[in-house]
Design a protein around this ligand. Structure first.
Ligand code: ADP
Ligand code: ZN
Length: 603
């Protein structure tokens, strides 16, 4: 509960500051100004000037006496004392002491100085602060009065709008959204039968899979305005601002209906509400407003809300109940065919050499998202430019996959010969174990050129098709392959290095999942001991079992990995000659293809 609450500053706060400034101004600056013209003298001077006839006018106030000289050029001031003779003396010396105020300053000037000037100062200061704020926030509203307006960007039907054909793969998602487009085209067809469109559609999937693109494509296909705003933009500094932004967004949308409203990263406002102490009032108010707005408009107004998230499980149930975001469209990572299509779509924008095999590239880039694939194509083009070539070739694409996945090659890396040899053994160890287990995917490429990501070597495995299921044996083999690097090091140089850190992590993750989630341990059987909390963001899992069970799980994970390590060790020992030969070859060439590898292996 050590959450830091952002201070709430309602408008009253600013009015308060404003008043304080005016009061201070009047109390300090104004007297200073008037004092410049008033000379303070002592009472005896006042009396002697009266007696000497040097006084023009006198004004007697509660606690001071103001008076002028004969020509009324200077104003003097003195404190009052008990002086019963005062009036008599003034009459005697013929001094004019009417109650008239001797003006210290003209009334207009005084109003100007005490009210208008501070006001002008305040407004100027306010403007300056707001400008600073918005500059920092990357543009937006320049005036205080604009706060609370949604700054949804509107993309009104443009001829260059994104269409479904620009979004490659994702056929299921597109099919799902085609209905929405059809509805926006002729709503009467739906109204006639009494059907209404879902008000909200939730696009869920990992980052970079084209959720934003799909939403834009729906608007582009339907030829309607597209409002887009990110969930985080609703979360404002002041409580109530987010809610007013939501109101404003829906007002704008209703005016422009039919239209699409797209809220990216809706989990920023739509998180489950809970009773945390120091919870986020602002976010909850914003969410409540969103729910109210969604209930408020009829299903057939033509406003369709699309929202994207990669944490659907964290959304508030109120948001996903029927009548709100009740339709869920999964946007998954592309499969082999999808990857090939995405590569082709993006390759249209660059010059591609004559015999580039996109299917091979797609196969190498297994697990890449649409955004990564688009990045790979761009990297290939950049590499072609660097080479001075006019078009991107197969090699450019292959290199750029590694760049996107593993980082750039380190040109002047300081690997010693011994280190390089160890890395060569390590990588060949992985490849050899993989190749010797029939169920493991063959190797595509092995390299020991260090990468900027920190990887010293790299084995690219290629699966020939899509894998939707993995058998227990396949997972075990995979773990054995991960341990193969370390095993080869042990075998070759008799000691181990830090180079296996990542392998260890991966192997442990797989082994743990086998036991806690896939029900592949003999003892626990089909009991879920772990729940996945972040399906689309790395798949973190949290344990759901007793402490004793945890201990037992740990014991089994250790045993499982040990067994696979021993298996890898056995495979490598059996093929020690091949291991030496391959490692030597890789050491000399630095990069070898899967074909070269298999040739030596089968020689
Ligand atoms: P998300 O909103 O899911 O995080 P975006 O829609 O912003 O992802 O996609 C980011 C970029 O990735 C797009 O601008 C596009 O270049 C590329 N991209 C992603 N998916 C696809 C796809 N299916 N087809 C073509 N390009 C894609
Ligand atoms: Zn390794």
């Amino acid at each position: 509960m050590n959450e830091v609450k952002t201070p709430k500053k309602p408008m009253m706060f600013y009015y308060g500051i404003f008043l304080a400034v005016i009061i201070l101004f009047n109390a300090i600056v104004m007297p200073l100004l008037s004092n410049m013209r008033v000379k303070e003298v002592d009472y005896s001077t006042f009396i002697s000037m009266t007696v000497n006839g040097e006084i023009g006018k006198v004004e007697i106030q509660d606690n001071k006496i103001l008076f002028t000289d004969k020509n009324e050029e200077n104003v003097y001031e003195t404190g009052t004392i008990y002086d019963p003779m005062l009036t008599e003396r003034l009459i005697k010396y013929n001094v004019d002491f009417t109650g008239e105020i001797i003006e210290e300053m003209s009334p207009i000037l005084s109003i100007l100085l005490s009210w208008i000037l501070p006001m002008a100062l305040m407004v100027g200061l306010g403007q300056l602060v707001m400008k600073k704020f918005t500059d920092k926030a990357g543009g937006g509203n320049s005036m205080m009065f604009n706060m609370g307006k949604s700054n949804a960007k509107i993309y009104v039907k443009s001829s260059s709008g994104i269409k479904f054909s620009d979004v490659a793969g994702e056929d299921e998602a597109k099919e799902n959204l085609t209905e929405v487009v059809d509805y926006l085209h002729n709503p009467d067809k739906y109204k006639a039968i009494g059907a209404s469109m879902p008000k909200g559609i939730l696009l869920v999937g990992p980052p970079g899979t084209g959720k934003t693109m799909l939403a834009k494509a729906v608007a582009g296909e339907a030829n309607v305005p597209f409002f887009s705003i990110s969930g985080s933009e609703f979360v404002e500094m002041f409580v109530g601002m987010g809610a007013s932004k939501v109101r404003d967004l829906f007002k704008q949308a209703k005016e422009k209906a039919p239209c699409i409203v797209f809220i990216d990263e809706i989990d920023a406002i739509g998180k489950k509400r809970d009773n945390h102490i120091g919870g986020n009032d602002e976010r909850e108010q914003t969410l409540n407003q969103l729910l109210t707005e969604m209930d408020g408009f009829e299903g057939n107004t033509g406003v369709i809300i699309l929202a994207a998230t990669n944490r659907p499980e964290s959304l508030d149930p109120a948001l996903t109940r029927p009548g709100r975001f009740d339709r869920r469209v999964p946007v998954e990572l592309p499969d082999l065919k999808g990857r090939e299509e995405i590569l082709k779509v993006h390759a249209k924008k660059i010059c591609v050499g004559p015999n580039v095999d996109f299917s091979a590239i797609a196969r190498m880039a297994s697990g890449a998202s649409g955004a990564e694939l688009s990045n790979i194509v761009n990297e290939a083009a950049l590499r072609a430019v660097r080479r001075g070539s006019k078009a991107a070739m197969q090699a450019d694409f292959e290199e750029s996959i590694e760049v996107v996945i593993a980082g750039y090659q380190k040109k002047n890396s300081l690997l010693t010969d011994k280190e390089k040899m160890i890395v060569a053994y390590h990588e060949i160890g992985h490849a050899l174990v993989a190749a010797m287990q029939t169920n493991s995917a063959p190797v595509q490429k092995i390299t020991i050129v260090p990468r900027t990501s920190g990887a010293l070597g790299y084995t690219m495995q290629v699966d020939e098709g899509n894998h939707y299921l993995m058998s227990k044996e396949e997972i075990e083999n995979k773990i054995a392959t991960y341990t193969g690097g370390r095993a080869a090091e042990q075998l070759a140089v008799g000691s181990v290095s830090t180079g296996a850190a990542n392998d260890i992590e991966q192997a442990t993750r797989l082994a743990r999942a086998m036991i806690t989630r896939y029900g592949m341990s003999d003892e626990f059987g089909m009991v879920a001991l772990e729940t996945v909390t972040n399906q689309y963001l790395g798949g973190d899992a949290s344990l759901a079992c007793s402490a004793e069970t945890q201990t037992e799980i740990d014991r089994q994970v250790v045993a499982l990995i040990k067994k696979q390590y021993d298996k890898a060790m056995a495979i490598l020992t059996e093929n020690k000659q091949k291991l030496d030969k391959l490692a030597q070859y890789l050491y000399e060439k630095e990069t070898i293809t899967g074909e070269e590898f298999m040739n030596i292996l089968n020689a």
